[in-house]
Design a binder for this molecule. Structure first.
Ligand SMILES: *[C@@H]1O[C@H](CO)[C@@H](O)[C@H](O)[C@H]1NC(C)=O
Ligand SMILES: *[C@@H]1O[C@H](CO)[C@@H](O)[C@H](O)[C@H]1NC(C)=O
Length: 188
C-alpha cells in the first residue's frame, strides 16, 4: 500500500464559501466608501450616479452563489488543496475589489444612456436565472453519486442551451459578466 500526502485540504462547500464571501463583503466596503480607500473627504459619501444598481446586481450574484452552495450544488470531489484555495480566493477577492474600486470611485462616469443600462440589466437578470436553471437541472440529474447521465433540455426554456453546448452554466456566467461590464461601462 502506498500513501500519498496531499497536504492540507478543505471540503468543497467551504471552498465555495471562502470564494463568495470575499467579493460580497469587499464590494460593499467600496460602495459605502469606507475611509482610507478614496480621499478622506469622500468617506461614507454616496455616488451621485445610480451605482446602487451595480451594487445590487453584484450582491445578488454572490448571495445566489452562497445559497446555491448550501441548497443546490452536490459536490462529487472530496476536497481541494489549501494552496489552490488561496490562489482562487486571491483571484475572486482581488477582482471584485478591482472593479468595485472603479465603479464606486468619486470620478466614476456613468454610461451614456438609460437604454444601455436597462438592456444590460435585463440580460444580466436572464443570465442569472439561466445559470440557476442549469444548476437545478444538474441537481435533479444525479440520483446517487455513482451513476452519471447526460443533462438534457427540459421544459424550462433556459435549459435549451443544452442543445448547443454542454456547460451552459458557464455560458450564462460569461453573459452575466459581459452585461455587467456594459451596464457599468467599466472594463475590469
Ligand atoms: C457546470 O456544468 C458542468 C457540466 O454541465 C458541470 O460539470 C459543473 O459541475 C457545473 N458547475 C457547477 C458549479 O455546478
Ligand atoms: C454560473 O455557474 C457557475 C458554476 O456553475 C458559477 O461559477 C457562476 O458564478 C454562475 N454565474 C451566474 C451568473 O450565476
Amino acid at each position: 500500500i502506498y500513501f500519498r500526502d496531499l497536504g492540507p485540504q478543505l471540503g468543497w462547500t467551504m471552498v465555495f464559501f471562502a470564494e463568495c464571501i470575499g467579493p460580497l463583503l469587499s464590494y460593499l466596503l467600496f460602495y459605502f466608501r469606507v475611509p482610507y480607500i478614496y480621499s478622506n473627504r469622500y468617506a461614507f459619501t454616496s455616488s451621485p450616479h445610480p451605482v446602487v444598481l451595480a451594487c445590487a446586481c453584484h450582491t445578488f450574484h454572490y448571495i445566489k452563489r452562497l445559497i446555491e452552495t448550501i441548497f443546490v450544488h452536490r459536490f462529487s470531489h472530496g476536497t481541494m488543496p489549501l494552496r489552490t484555495i488561496v490562489r482562487n480566493c486571491a483571484y475572486y477577492w482581488g477582482f471584485s475589489a478591482w472593479l468595485a474600486y472603479y465603479i464606486n470611485h468619486p470620478f466614476y462616469t456613468p454610461p451614456y444612456g438609460e437604454l444601455q443600462v436597462n438592456c444590460a440589466l435585463v440580460i444580466f437578470v436572464m443570465c442569472e436565472l439561466g445559470n440557476f436553471s442549469i444548476h437545478l437541472t444538474l441537481n435533479n440529474l444525479r440520483g446517487d453519486s455513482r451513476s452519471r447521465s447526460f443533462p438534457v433540455p427540459t421544459k424550462n426554456p433556459f435549459t435549451w442551451l443544452f442543445f448547443l453546448v454542454s456547460c451552459p452554466n458557464y455560458t450564462y456566467e460569461v453573459g452575466a459578466w459581459v452585461s455587467f461590464s456594459i451596464m457599468t461601462q467599466c472594463l475590469p
